[in-house]
Design a protein around this ligand. Structure first.
Ligand code: ATP
Length: 208
């Protein structure tokens, strides 16, 4: 099955499966069943089976999955062996929060630096991440082979930043600015709207 076909909800659970499997002594646990994984993680067995089938095919009757193969497959699907570099444009409150967040590496994503037009923001964060002047964007992206751009600037400058990222050879954009961006067909664009996500939750609460 293609990696792109893995559902978002499944993708969210894969790091937990991987962490559990990596904690096992493989010599003593050559095979692992969905039942054991479900029990340990407190998930439903049907869900575990469905998730693992989506990434690795069905387990063998009575034996389950080969632990080493499952680890290999989960590592692949999570992109852990193919880490993609990302940069943030706009080191304001949101940009900084994303820059400091450690959870992206679970999915093979490394935010290597943030850029800001305000040069007084340049420096090194407590976690050791670089904030660089925007003028260094092009040089940095080429040198560091950056593939993903994360936009956290105000809406009025987002398109201009997006165009610069595209010209740098970026392949995907994650846009937090509340505006619609235009990108060439080959560029992947994901629009994030934090307010909308929370509004969706609120709506579900009202309907519960
Ligand atoms: P703060 O108050 O800390 O600046 P903020 O998140 O409230 O944070 P915003 O006005 O949303 O500020 O701007 C986000 C960040 O984007 C700021 O750090 C700002 O300097 C930066 N910024 C604005 N325009 C650009 C631009 N064209 N290129 C790069 N960075 C920009």
């Amino acid at each position: 099955m293609k990696q792109s076909a893995v559902m978002r909800s499944t993708l969210g659970r894969l790091p937990l499966y991987l962490r559990f499997l990596q904690s096992l002594d493989i010599t003593e646990n050559e095979n692992i069943s969905a039942t054991v994984i479900a029990k340990y993680l407190g998930f439903g067995e049907v869900q575990v089976r469905k998730d693992l089938n989506a990434v690795s095919g069905a387990g063998r009757p009575k034996l389950g999955y080969r632990t080493d193969e499952l680890i290999k497959r989960l590592t692949e699907v999570l992109g852990r062996n193919d880490v993609k570099n990302a940069v943030i444009i706009g080191a304001g409150k949101l940009g900084n929060a994303l820059l400091e967040y450690n959870g992206f590496i679970e999915y093979g994503l490394l935010i290597t630096a943030a850029f800001d037009i305000d040069e007084s923001k340049a420096g090194i964060t407590e976690a050791g991440k670089q904030i660089l002047p925007l003028s260094r964007l092009e040089e940095f992206c080429r040198k560091e082979n950056v593939k993903i751009g994360i936009i956290t600037v105000p809406a009025k400058t987002a398109q201009q930043i997006c165009d610069r990222l595209v010209a740098c050879g970026i392949e995907a954009i994650w846009n937090f600015a509340p505006c619609t961006l235009t990108v060439p067909e080959e560029i992947l664009l994901q629009q994030e709207n934090l307010a909308l996500s929370l509004a969706h939750l609120k709506l579900q609460m009202n309907n519960a």
